[in-house]
Design a protein around this ligand. Structure first.
Ligand code: KIV
Length: 304
């Protein structure tokens, strides 16, 4: 365990940004004002708290959790219970950002009633403020909206459709598929979605959708015209093990930093350089004197 002090979060004080809670209506207002929305994925307490304190507007407990945290090959394996577990950790860390949970594959692909019941769990049991679902599922979005659960839609390259798409491919590259994407985006907004993630689509298509949509778009691999941008935490920090996708900008090489720090620690242990005397607890002086006297007696039993 760590007994290092970890007091409750103070909002975004370290970034000098006042703690005004970001809500779904606040995102719409940002679009109206032309203020870009910053979004990032989040999976645990400490990293979410850092992201929140850095002033990120929206934290998505993404099902990319399956890959970057749990080591699965794709996002399909992660379960509702695993997503709930991580959403709770993020929720405990965040004071300002809007916390959105991804509904995992299989949790909303059956009946609308099943999707609704699973979405309720994210709000009730884990404190999510909105759920994200992939695909043009207008019926479900309508039901969730009626049940007071804010929804973020997700169109374009939808990783849960991996097998149907035949791989992670940029979508809407023809006039016909671009038109279909625009139509689906509008339909989701009309059904009640409060924001829309556009992933892996040509910049021109994302720009046109953003311009014609009443709700904010949040792009990932969708160009700069979107109302906001989202990246996967591990991609942004260089905590991945493969070359980054074209749309990723690595803001740090935390992978090397972490590896070097751990190597340094291992070497210190192997050379008995850690812990030092200063990093050790000591007996109080009185107990030390007593124990020294006892050892002296043990060494010279005939004396005194
Ligand atoms: O799970 C995820 O990481 C996502 C992306 C849109 C960021 O859904």
């Amino acid at each position: 365990m760590s007994i290092t002090n970890f007091p409750a979060g103070q909002g975004s004080a370290s970034a000098g940004i006042p703690v005004t809670k970001v809500t779904m209506p606040a995102l719409a207002e940002m679009k109206r004002q032309g203020k870009p929305i910053s979004a990032l994925t989040a999976y645990d307490y400490s990293s979410s708290r850092l992201a929140d304190e850095a002033g990120i507007d929206l934290l998505l407990v993404g099902d990319s959790l399956a890959m970057v945290v749990l080591g699965h090959e794709n996002t399909l394996a992660v379960t509702v219970d695993e997503m709930l577990h991580h959403t709770r950790a993020v929720r405990r860390a965040v004071r300002r950002a809007l916390v959105v949970s991804d509904m995992p594959f299989g949790s909303y692909h059956g009946t609308v009633a099943e999707g609704l019941a699973n979405a309720v769990r994210f709000v009730k049991e884990a404190g999510a403020e909105a759920v994200k679902i992939e695909g043009p599922r207008m019926g479900l979005v309508r039901a969730l909206t009626e049940a007071e659960i804010p929804v973020v839609g997700h169109l374009g390259l939808t990783p849960q459709s991996l097998h149907r798409m035949g791989g992670y491919r940029v979508q809407a590259r023809t006039a016909e598929t671009a038109e279909k994407l625009k139509h689906d985006a509008l339909a989701l907004a009309e059904a009640g979605a409060g924001a829309l993630v556009l992933e892996g689509v040509p910049r021109e298509v994302a720009g046109a959708i953003t311009a014609g949509l009443p709700i904010p778009t949040i792009g990932i691999g969708a160009g700069p015209e979107c109302d906001g941008q989202i990246l996967v935490y591990h991609d942004l920090l260089g905590l991945t093990f493969a070359p980054a996708a074209k749309f990723v900008r690595r803001y740090a090489d935390a992978g090397s930093l972490v590896r070097e720090a751990i190597e340094h620690y291992r070497e210190d242990v192997e050379h008995r350089l850690f812990p030092s005397d200063l990093e050790s607890y000591h007996l109080p002086q009185a107990a030390r004197t007593e124990s020294e006297t006892e050892s002296e007696k043990a060494e010279a039993p005939g004396k005194a």
